[in-house]
Ligand binder design. Structure first.
Ligand code: ZN
Length: 281
């Protein structure tokens, strides 16, 4: 078992594996190490035939503040890990290292997690911001506490949506556009009404509610669960979900490249200025 530092991983005799984000001091902001830890834990749970369902949740006041924009060496930190996509290019020129990084730990991980061949659940609370959605959209069942709010503020950063672009499939195209154009928060209630969340429960019932449903799922045959998941995922993929994601990821990198040409940094200059001010103040 790897020595996890930013997550807590455990398995239960009733067939449930739990992954708990455990970086509350950083509001569970995801750096490369945390994402590799989640990916490693997903692999362990996926390869264990005793595990029928994987449950992700988070410690601290918020589920996740998104990607850790303050990560010291975003490219170098990837080289400490074995690549799962083998996309490479980390020593390349121009946008190549950044494209390789996001292809691996954002888009690549999210597609892998979505296609893990057994049911996955996520229990969210507090704020779920931008990259935080990448720990929600790829999972099969989403349980939210009443205080949960979802935000993708990447348009405020100058970009056209987070790297895993499932928004239209989660919220419908109207709400997806409103969420992105305004950078406003979407409430748990709205997300539930639109089908992006299975159930909304009081905060103090979130864990029990989620684990009770996981236990019910874990009573079923694993092979049947696997093929059921494949069948439902195929409905989205045959309707073009995968192609939509690939196109959105390319457009996302067009904007990263645009800002790199303008200012040498991959986000809108006004966003970077505000971010630096907030950090120093
Ligand atoms: Zn990006």
């Amino acid at each position: 078992m790897p020595d996890f530092k930013q997550i807590i991983f455990s398995t239960q005799p009733n067939g449930i594996a739990r992954i708990i984000l455990n970086r509350p001091e950083a509001r569970n902001a995801q750096d490369a190490n945390m994402l590799y830890e989640i990916n490693d834990a997903m692999d362990i749970a996926a390869n264990d035939d005793q595990i029928k369902v994987i449950v992700v949740s988070a410690n601290g006041p918020h589920f996740s503040a998104g990607h850790d924009l303050a990560e010291a060496d975003p490219i170098g930190s990837l080289k400490e890990h074995k690549s799962v996509t083998s996309f490479g290019g980390l020593d390349g020129e121009g946008i190549e290292p950044m494209f390789g990084r996001e292809q691996e730990i954002y888009y690549g991980f999210c597609e892998r997690w979505r296609n893990i061949p057994k049911p996955t659940m996520v229990a969210v609370h507090g704020k779920v911001i931008a990259g935080g959605l990448m720990l929600v959209w790829p999972f099969d069942i989403v349980i939210a506490s009443e205080d949960t709010t979802f935000q993708d503020n990447t348009v405020a950063m100058g970009i056209c949506g987070a790297e895993f672009f499932n928004h239209p499939y989660e919220l419908g195209v109207r709400k997806a556009k409103e969420m992105l154009f305004t950078s406003d928060f979407v409430s748990a209630e709205d997300a539930h009404r639109l089908g992006a969340v299975n159930h909304v429960v009081p905060r103090d019932e979130l864990e029990d509610f989620t684990l009770n449903m996981a236990a019910k799922i874990a009573e079923k045959r694993l092979f049947s669960l696997k093929l059921t998941k494949m069948a439902v995922n195929a409905a989205q993929d045959n309707a073009g979900r995968n192609a939509t994601n690939q196109q959105a990821f390319a457009l996302h990198h067009l904007l990263h490249t645009n800002f790199a040409l303008i200012s040498g940094a991959p986000l809108a200059p006004e966003f970077i200025e505000n971010f630096a001010k907030k950090k120093s103040g």
